[in-house]
Design a protein. Sequence first.
Length: 131
Amino acid sequence: MKLSLSVADPLKQKTACLVVGACADLLHDPLLQAPFDLVVSTWVFEHFSEPSKVAWKAWERLTPGGHMVLFFEVWDDTWRSRVTEPVWRFFTAHLLREEEYYYFPGVASVDCFRGLWTSVGLLVSHKPDVE
C-alpha cells in the first residue's frame, strides 16, 4: 500500500491520531510493529491470493478493544458476479467468497450491498479487551 502523508496532514492537525503510511508487500513482508487501535482497508483484499493471511497479520497488530474495518468486492452468485469475475482476474484480483471472509478474525458484523456491477462487503472485526 502507498499513502501520501500529505493527505493525512489535515487529520493529524485536527486530532490526536497517529497516521502511518507505508509501502509493503502485505502478503509477504512483516507489518509495522506498532500496535493499532483501528485498521481500515478499502478495495484491497480482492487483490490478495490469501486474504485471510493478511487479515490475521493485521489482527495481530490490533490492540485489545481495537477494530478492523474492511471494504471489498464480494461474490454473490448473480449474473453480475459471473460476468465480472473474469475481468477481475485480468487485474490479478478476485471477488471474495463468503467462505473466505467469514473466517477472518474477530468478525463482529458483515453487511453486503449490491452495486452496479458487483456486490461489496463491509466487514467489521472487534478484538476483545484483555481481562
